[in-house]
Design a protein around this ligand. Structure first.
Ligand code: ZN
Length: 241
């Protein structure tokens, strides 16, 4: 069986090389994510970062990617418009994409969903309880009805997204806010999943259940089919006019 080829893309700028981040993710959170993905026999994950040639998102790399995972926060604007457009185009042609945490403000997220990505937030290391709202969904397989992350950044409603295909997870935060924290979309041939947990100074990607959600999301987003460039052809009639 062919493995699902995953690229974990992370901006990995200076903000992620501070001691409070490297204490949790010594090699960067992209390596942590690729690390647990590679424990799954069906997945083959590699990493790419903003400082790589072509910002880590060359056509060659995308040719070799079934599912792209995106982590960005401080450097969204450093991603070239042409590169963001390239990612959007690949999703429309079938590549799966999983947006994590602060990727709600990334260029590909906002373009794919036609949204500002707005939400409210609070960095108070509070407890979050994540509820599985769609227990029959492939991304929720093996995930309990609810689970707790002891310390996370709060993201709260209103979340400026179009109505999701399915809301798989809803989060409650200690401070009283709630958030649609796991949502799916389909954009032409490509599947899109957004998952909220994953602030860079919290050990969220070491959390076993969070890892399971991301593994499930990769398998769900794996393309059924990938197609060539999408065109708008002028076509002859099929019947006599
Ligand atoms: Zn954050």
């Amino acid at each position: 069986m062919n493995k699902i080829k995953v690229t974990v893309w992370n901006e990995y700028g200076e903000s992620q090389k501070k001691p409070e981040v490297t204490a949790v993710y010594p090699q960067g959170l992209h390596e942590a994510i690729a690390g647990f993905l590679n424990k799954d026999p069906e997945i083959q994950a590699k990493t790419a970062v903003l400082a790589d040639p072509e910002q880590g998102l060359s056509e060659t790399l995308l040719d070799d990617t079934d599912v792209l995972i995106w982590w960005g926060h401080v450097y969204h604007d450093k991603v070239d418009d042409a590169i963001a457009r390239r990612v959007v185009d690949r999703v429309q042609r079938g590549m799966g994409i999983v947006f994590l945490h602060s990727a709600h403000k990334s260029k590909p997220f906002m373009q794919l969903l036609g949204t500002s990505g707005r939400l409210c937030w609070r960095e108070a290391n509070e407890k979050t309880r994540i509820w599985t709202a769609a227990s029959g969904h492939p991304i929720a397989v093996g995930i309990p009805e609810q689970f707790v992350i002891d310390h996370e950044e709060m993201y709260g409603e209103p979340f400026g997204i179009p109505e999701p295909l399915q809301t798989v997870f809803i989060s409650w935060f200690q401070g009283g806010n709630v958030f649609r924290s796991g949502v799916t979309f389909k954009k032409e041939y490509g599947k899109v999943f957004y998952f909220q947990p994953g602030h860079e100074t919290n050990p969220t990607y070491h959390h076993e259940t969070v890892q399971k959600v991301i593994v499930n999301a990769v398998k769900w987003a794996n393309p059924v089919v990938k197609v060539g460039p999408l065109t708008c052809p002028n076509v002859p009639p099929l019947e006599k006019l």
